[in-house]
Design a protein around this ligand. Structure first.
Ligand code: SF4
Ligand code: SF4
Ligand code: SF4
Length: 267
C-alpha cells in the first residue's frame, strides 16, 4: 500500500483540529506567537509545528470569505529534500512517507534549500551534537506501522482530510470534482506537480489561494535540486569540507543515539 492523504479545501472548516492532533500525537511543544491580525497561527512551520492551517481572505462579489489551506510535508514521490541530502538522511520509503534519519544528518540544511514547498525546519535550540535536527511531518509513520491512520486525518470531523491508498484517493478526488463541476477546480493538485506527491488537494478556489506553488511544473524538482547543488564549485568545495569537518558529529550522534534512543524516523 502507498499511504496518501487527500485534502478537500471545500470541506475544511478551519477548525485546526488537525493541527492540535499533530502536536498532541508527536508531543510537540506550543510556540509563543504574536497576534498579527490573522487567524493563521502559528504563522509558519517550525521544529515544533509540523502542520499549520493557512488562512486567507478572498473577495467574492461584495463579500469577503476565508479559505483554508493545509501546510505540511507533501511526501513527494521523488523528493528534492532526499536528493539534495549528501548523506541520505532523508529518504522515500517504498510505501510513501518521506522519513528522516537523524544519525546520518550533519546539519548542512541542503534539504531546506531544495524543498519546493518550504517544509523542512531546523531545530535551532539543540547543540551541535544533540542537534541541529531537521524536523518535519513524519506521516505518523509510527501509527501507520500499527495499522492506524495519521492523527490529523483521524481527527478531521468534516471529512476534509482523508487517508488512504494513493490510486484510490486519486480516483475518489476525480469522481468528486467531476460530480460537482460548479464547485471544484477541475484539477487534482499533487497528481503530477513536481513529479507527484503523496498528499493530494482538491479545491473550490484556485490552488494559489491555499498557499500552494502553481508554477512548479510536472517534472520532479529533485533532479534540478541536485544539478544546482553540484554545479556550483563553491557548494562542491564547501560540501567536501563539510563532510570531513562534520564526520565526527555524525559519529558522535550515532553513539549518543545508541545510548539514549534516537529521533530517527526509519522505514
Ligand atoms: S481538522 Fe479538518 S476541518 Fe478542521 S482545519 Fe483540519 S482539515 Fe480543516
Ligand atoms: S515537501 Fe519538501 S520535505 Fe516534504 S518530501 Fe517534498 S521535498 Fe521533502
Ligand atoms: S501525518 Fe502526523 S506528523 Fe504529519 S501532519 Fe498529520 S499528524 Fe502531523
Amino acid at each position: 500500500m502507498t499511504h496518501s492523504m487527500l485534502f478537500d479545501a471545500h470541506l475544511c472548516t478551519g477548525c485546526r483540529g488537525c493541527q492540535v492532533a499533530c502536536k498532541q500525537w508527536n508531543d510537540l511543544e506550543a510556540n509563543t506567537t504574536k497576534n498579527t491580525g490573522s487567524y493563521q497561527n502559528p504563522p509558519r512551520l517550525s521544529a515544533n509545528t509540523w502542520l499549520t492551517m493557512r488562512f486567507k481572505e478572498i473577495e467574492e462579489g461584495d463579500k469577503v470569505k476565508f479559505v483554508f489551506g493545509r501546510y505540511s510535508c507533501m511526501h513527494c514521490e521523488e523528493p528534492a529534500c532526499a536528493t539534495a541530502c549528501p548523506l541520505q538522511a532523508l529518504h522515500k520509503t517504498k510505501d510513501g512517507p518521506v522519513l528522516y534519519r537523524a544519525d546520518r544528518c550533519f546539519g548542512c540544511r541542503y534539504c531546506m534549500l531544495a524543498c519546493p514547498f518550504e517544509v523542512p525546519t531546523f531545530e535551532w535550540s539543540q547543540n551541535e551534537v544533540q542537534g541541529p535536527w531537521i524536523r518535519k511531518c513524519t506521516f505518523c509513520y509510527d501509527r501507520l506501522q500499527n495499522g492506524r491512520e495519521p492523527a490529523c486525518a483521524q481527527t478531521c470531523v468534516s471529512g476534509a482530510l482523508k487517508y488512504g491508498e494513493r490510486e484510490e484517493l486519486l480516483a475518489y478526488a476525480k469522481e468528486r470534482i467531476a460530480k460537482y463541476p460548479d464547485i471544484y477546480q477541475q484539477h487534482v493538485y499533487g497528481e503530477e506537480e513536481a513529479g507527484g506527491t503523496s498528499v493530494l488537494y482538491i479545491s473550490h478556489v484556485p490552488f494559489e489561494h491555499l498557499g500552494l506553488p502553481t508554477k512548479l511544473g510536472n517534472k520532479a524538482v529533485s533532479a534540478r535540486a541536485q544539478d544546482a547543488m553540484f554545479a556550483t564549485p563553491i557548494a562542491a568545495v564547501g560540501l567536501a569540507a563539510g563532510l570531513t569537518g562534520f564526520y565526527w558529529v555524525v559519529k558522535r550522534r550515532r553513539e549518543m543515539a545508541q545510548k539514549s534512543g534516537s529521533k530517527d524516523q526509519r522505514g
